[in-house]
Design a protein around this ligand. Structure first.
Ligand code: GLA
Ligand code: GLA
Length: 685
């Protein structure tokens, strides 16, 4: 097995620490002294510094002072810690916003925003780019060789859009490059609709919501210009510190920019996550699986590298109401869940609570009390101590034989369309529905953008594959022909890459022939309505129940070579197929016409897991509430186990010879996990 790079070259430790803002405490140096004492006690080694520190470097335009940062960097190096040094573009100085109004965004309504908040600079503004490049270059030049510099943290949680004249012109130029001439755009966008035929690119306004191809291209443009801005930020860093990895903190499955494209520019993937696991949750399993799904999205962005949680919270964030305290043990369980899904660092927002400002009551390692004798500090310190024993997991990898296609571009196109049930994150929700049975079985799933190569997997699942970019169907066809098992659902294959519907029947572009069906219509029922779907004898190998309830979407399909496995039992479509299977080449293609969640997906994928012999972390379905992830190195396998339930669990393990890395002892017989308990087991391969 090839060696994986470390998150920080030459630093083989699990990264543990957090966002650290000494720039807020410069008048009380004794607090900073205390921080360095507490960092050791907390078992923390990595700190993101300077994220919002611009005014502390450049109090007045062109007058720079990096004194405090010099001192913090030196102290970090002396302590053996690493700094994730940020570029400060996430929050701009007031003097800058006042002197150069163009750096402030313009709203959809055409109003220039006041100087306020953060994360709200114009992507296009040459002045902002110049100012950012300047401060970034100074940081890079000054600290490139500093022993404490572990990686760069570009800006903070990039997101948002601006409608200023500069951005509009930039969008029009982007369209010009994309389409070459206005006739090609008119054709691609179907602009005869409502007399939208354009005669020149400068007539196009992204605030027009009536042309859904325009809406899609605006999302793509915003994504591209965000990435372009990030690239501009990175240039001076690359120039002065070519060997220092660069990352930025992402936000799960946020749709602000196409993360699958954005991460291609970065060396490392870092995500921010604030799970709210609670004994009072309406559906705790869903909460846990949603986080697992996002972990796998991030793990798969760069499969040959570890990723890290850049932000999480050892307690409760102030913005989530109610502000329910994190229950004892849950913090460890959350962090081990991320490591199980391939992370090799878990850091916090925030190291210390500020005295004032909007986040003064946001959970932190160090509370206003200021010492280590708090419940939260102790839980962080306990985890920090465990991380010393867990360092050997570094370099081990998850292995998946199932791919689930989850794609930003598909999602944007779907959400741009009128007349489909796309609100409230329906696309993400469907992906999580299909992911859930695998989590219950402890089967690792790779979550991939559609353009990624999926040919090696035993099973490929593509829920709501609304948009088909050129070549996608050909890749699906070859995959199935060669023996693959493929599943897609209602709302698939409607549109091409400029959001025009395929003509000749859905799913278009030839996907119908792989699936052996034609999806003629889709019935969207009122919320909470259900129809029944009943099993047919053809489904006997799947051991399905005799009947399932659908949810609100019931696609009506005609068989064109496939066989029906489930039929609808109600309404005017009683007797027509709700689930089909088509043998195609050496493989099999399923079409799930009815929106069916649990228990159908659980039964169906349970059968496929057996038929395709997909490896399960414990060799069988997991007990309710238990999550288990598997990572392996050439010599060892590691099981990460979390009991996200309030019941004690007794788990029989798939083999003998496990060693509990947290308890530092052999596991004899079954493993006991109390409520919210978590641990990591090792076994030789
Ligand atoms: C109105 C308009 C039509 C069309 C329909 C859609 O009646 O006149 O152009 O938009 O609504 O229902
Ligand atoms: C985000 C930001 C942080 C902080 C936290 C609070 O993740 O990146 O700066 O505001 O939220 O939860």
């Amino acid at each position: 097995m090839a060696q994986r790079p470390l998150l920080i070259p030459g630093y083989p430790r699990i990264l543990h620490g957090g966002d650290y803002n000494p720039d807020q405490w410069l008048k009380t140096p004794e607090v900073i002294d205390e921080d360095f004492r507490l960092m050791k006690l907390a078992g923390c080694n990595t700190f993101a510094v300077g994220i919002f520190a611009w005014t502390s470097y450049e109090r007045q335009e062109g007058v720079f002072d990096f004194g405090w940062l010099d001192s913090v960097m030196d102290r970090m190096a002396a302590a053996g810690n690493k700094v994730v040094l940020a570029t400060p573009s996430g929050a701009k100085p007031a003097w800058l916003a006042k002197k150069y109004p163009e750096v402030r965004r313009v709203t959809r309504e055409g109003l220039r925003e006041p100087h306020a908040g953060r994360h709200n600079h114009c992507w296009t503004s040459p002045v902002y780019r110049e100012k950012v490049a300047d401060v970034n270059a100074r940081l890079a030049e000054r600290y490139a060789q500093h022993p404490a510099l572990g990686m760069w943290h570009i800006s903070n949680e990039y997101s948002g859009e601006c409608y200023c004249e500069l951005c509009l012109a930039s969008f029009q130029a982007w369209l010009g490059r994309r389409y070459g001439n206005i006739e090609a755009l008119n054709e691609a966008w179907w602009t005869a609709f409502w007399s939208h035929t354009f005669t020149s690119f400068d007539e196009i306004d992204p605030r027009d919501l009536s042309v859904d191809s325009l809406k899609l291209d605006w999302r793509r443009f915003i994504s591209d210009i965000t990435i372009d801005f990030m690239r501009a930020e990175m240039a001076p860093l690359r120039r002065f510190s070519a060997n220092v990895p660069i990352t930025t903190n992402l936000m799960g499955t946020c749709t602000a920019s196409d993360y699958s494209k954005l991460v291609a520019e970065l060396d490392l993937v870092a995500d921010d996550q604030y799970p709210a696991y609670s004994p009072d949750a309406a559906d705790l399993e869903r909460d846990v699986v949603q986080v697992a799904f996002k972990d796998d999205v991030h793990r798969c962005f760069k499969p040959d590298r570890p990723w890290m949680l850049m932000e999480s919270c050892p307690d409760a964030p102030q913005w989530r109401h109610p502000v329910q305290l994190k229950r004892p043990k849950l913090h460890q369980a959350e962090m081990l869940q991320a490591l199980g899904h391939g992370a090799e660092g878990t850091c916090y927002f925030q190291w210390r609570k500020g005295r004032a400002g909007g986040e003064k009551l946001h959970g932190a390692v160090v509370d206003h009390a200021g010492h280590e004798h708090t419940r939260v500090f102790q839980s962080v310190a306990e985890l920090g101590a465990h991380y010393e024993n867990l360092a050997e997991i570094i370099g081990s990898k998850a292995q998946a034989e199932v791919a689930l296609l989850y794609d930003w571009d598909v999602r944007w196109a779907f959400e741009a369309a009128e007349g489909v049930r796309s609100q409230h994150g329906e696309y993400l929700s469907a992906a999580v529905d299909h992911y859930t049975p695998f989590a219950r079985h402890g089967v690792t799933v790779d979550v991939l953008a559609v353009e990624r190569d999926f040919s090696r997997y035993k099973l490929v699942i593509a829920p709501q594959l609304w948009l088909l970019a050129p070549g996608v169907v050909e890749r699906i066809r070859r995959y199935v022909e060669a023996g693959g098992t493929f599943l897609t659902t209602y709302y698939s294959g409607y549109c091409d890459s400029t959001n025009r519907c395929f003509l000749g029947g859905f799913p278009g572009d030839g996907l119908m022939s792989v699936l052996g069906i034609w999806n003629e219509e889709t019935d969207w029922l009122p919320a909470g309505s259900k129809r029944r779907a009943v099993s047919r004898p053809e489904a006997s190998d799947l051991k399905l129940q005799s009947e399932y309830a659908t949810r609100e979407l019931c696609a009506l399909v005609k068989l064109q070579g496939a066989s029906a496995l489930l039929d609808y039992a109600d309404d005017f479509y009683a007797g027509s197929p709700a689930l089909t299977r088509h043998s195609y080449g050496a493989g099999t293609a399923y079409y799930q016409a009815a929106q069916l969640a649990s228990p159908f997906l659980h039964d169906f994928y349970g059968a496929l897991i057996e038929q395709l012999d997909l490896p399960r972390s414990l060799g069988r379905e997991l007990p309710a509430g238990v999550a288990v992830q598997r990572r392996a190195s050439a010599s060892h396998e590691y099981l990460f186990l979390q009991n996200f339930s309030q019941q004690d669990q007794t788990l029989s393990l798939p083999a003998s010879g496990y060693f509990d890395l947290l308890q530092q002892r052999e596991v004899r017989g079954a493993l006991q996990l109390g409520a919210w308990d978590s641990t990591v087991l090792r076994r030789s391969r």
